[in-house]
Design a protein around this ligand. Sequence first.
Ligand code: NAP
Length: 233
Amino acid sequence: MLPTRSILTGASRGLGRALALSLARPGARLVLVARGADALDAVAVAARARGADVLAISADQGELSGLDGVAARALDFLGTPELLVLNASTLGAVPMPRLLDSSDDVLERTFRVNAVGPLALVRRLAPAMVLAGRGHVVGISSDAAVEAYPTWGPYGGSKAALDHLLAVLAAELDGSGVSVHAFDPGEMATDMHRDALPDADPATLRDPSDVAIALLAALDDPGPVRRSLGGAA
Ligand SMILES: NC(=O)c1ccc[n+]([C@@H]2O[C@H](COP(=O)([O-])OP(=O)(O)OC[C@H]3O[C@@H](n4cnc5c(N)ncnc54)[C@H](OP(=O)(O)O)[C@@H]3O)[C@@H](O)[C@H]2O)c1
């Protein structure tokens, strides 16, 4: 059954937008987070047109000082969340440099956006799920978290860090009723993919709407942490 109270980061485009529209229906409450307010508002309007109640929060998940406010507004709007999708992510510098050419700033910012910020959100939002004894936390992972692709170091390293943090969280929450998943969406036709691999043929890539449906269908599968679906990406 689809969750009715969900928080989605990176909801203004790509997979996050597709998830928002897949979840939007009468009775659903959605909290959508991204930095760009205009694109986020457009998704909120589309989700409301499908009958959902929507709170759009413009925030940078790499700016940790703002996350108390994000979480407070989300919990106030939703009550206890049933689903938290840690989807927002950055490639770091584009084009992506080799590690020896990466700046300290890019390394630090990429890990903060892709791993530290998401875990900081979990720390603020998941305790309500644990109290309720139910809910799903899903981190969007990548093939780059397990394969050593040249120039994908900051991105892949930060995704590996997020995967491992969520694996530990899953072990710590075992028996709590809250499931923790790592979901690899595969290669999707999105802005991020175009930024990373501009020469790829979009026709060979997955439609984020199909991936959103697969992710939501996988929520009720057994098992605490899965790298799942999607194939290479
Ligand atoms: N596309 C692929 O082939 C592929 C493959 C494997 C894994 N993934 C993963 O799938 C997820 C979705 O990717 P996508 O392709 O849909 O990406 P996308 O189209 O680039 O969308 C990224 C979303 O994240 C938001 N975002 C980026 N930085 C943020 C920040 N610092 N704070 C808050 N929001 C931020 C963006 O909005 P703003 O810029 O307005 O903030 C946007 O809504 C990501 O975790 C990505 O790593 C993608």
